[in-house]
Design a protein. Structure first.
Length: 303
């Protein structure tokens, strides 16, 4: 994991402050820091961190991006109520939101928002964190602060299993295809332009809209991350996932385009440190196991 400077420098102070900030929240507690452990001098910004207010951790997500997050009608599998609605949210992102709230001793409030409203909500302070499968890109990092990665995703393609491109052995095999992906993602902005002679159609507002476009035949191909593709294949058996890792004919993407982070408002060093404290307890294998669980229990995968 990257970015652990706040973890060692600020946690002893920020965790004590987090309990005070979340005193009206849930019953979970944060372990007291080891008083015998040496601690280097922390920068002034880390000594007065902002965490959350009123004992409630407000976390924004689309609630429409299975298996990372989705909307369901009840609280099965540990789903959490969506603020202002009678619905519930669950998925990989909600799993981590619950762990962070428990670590802070706070109540958790899930706020459902459109994808392009997530970063503005952080900037305005209307939510405390966004957990929504966001890649840690330089552009986003200029607007918000990110935690260490909480998932490492490979980029794949989805086609119809009986379509003209089902046998593609690399991205050059999609020449002539009609393609789309979700608005404001590296899939649409960075990956689709790499396919030779592809017709890029307008971006879709959400993952469900992207999948409907493929299922209906409006497009031949969508580009997405592997968990979303696996989830889609469960919901739409006629879809096929194609992955070209190691083929020499794959998308050229950087680490920032495959590492997913949890974002907070710029300068909220205390909350970033607390989130990283939670993430430090998990390995890449743990992430995979949790994602497999999310895919298994998503509503469209249930009998």
């Amino acid at each position: 994991m990257k970015g652990k400077t706040l973890l060692t420098l600020a946690l002893a102070l920020t965790m004590t402050l987090s309990l005070a900030a979340c005193s009206s929240g849930g019953s979970a507690s944060v372990p007291a820091p080891d008083a015998s452990a040496p601690m280097a001098a922390a920068p002034e910004s880390a000594l007065t961190p902002k965490l959350v207010e009123d004992g409630v951790l407000k976390v924004a997500m689309e609630c429409a991006y299975a298996p990372f997050n989705w909307t369901q009608a009840d609280d099965s599998n540990g789903a959490v109520p969506i603020s202002g609605t009678s619905d519930y949210a669950y998925g990989y992102d909600v799993m981590f939101a619950k762990k962070i709230a428990e670590h802070l001793g706070c109540e958790l409030e899930i706020v459902k928002m459109e994808w392009d409203a997530l970063i503005p909500a952080l900037q305005s302070g209307s939510v405390d964190a966004v957990i929504a499968g966001q890649c840690i890109t330089a552009d986003r990092a200029a607007q918000v602060d990110f935690s260490d990665p909480y998932y490492y995703a490979s980029i794949v393609c989805l086609v119809k299993s009986d379509g003209a491109y089902a046998g593609a052995a690399g991205i050059s095999g999609f020449s002539g295809a009609k393609a789309t992906s979700q608005l404001g993602t590296v899939w649409y902005d960075a990956c689709l332009p790499q396919i030779p002679d592809v017709t890029v159609l307008p971006a879709q507002e959400s993952v469900p809209a992207m999948l409907v476009a493929l299922d209906s035949g409006a497009v031949d191909l969508v580009v997405t991350d592997q968990p979303t593709a696996l989830s889609a294949c469960k919901a739409y058996p006629a879809m096929k996932m194609l992955e070209f890792t190691g083929s020499g004919d794959d998308f050229d993407v950087s680490e920032e385009e495959t590492d997913f982070g949890i974002s907070v408002q710029k300068g909220n060093a205390g909350l970033t440190a607390a989130i990283n404290e939670v993430l430090a307890a998990y390995t890449a294998d743990d992430y995979t196991a949790m994602m497999d669980q999310a895919i298994e229990v998503q509503p469209l995968n249930q009998e």
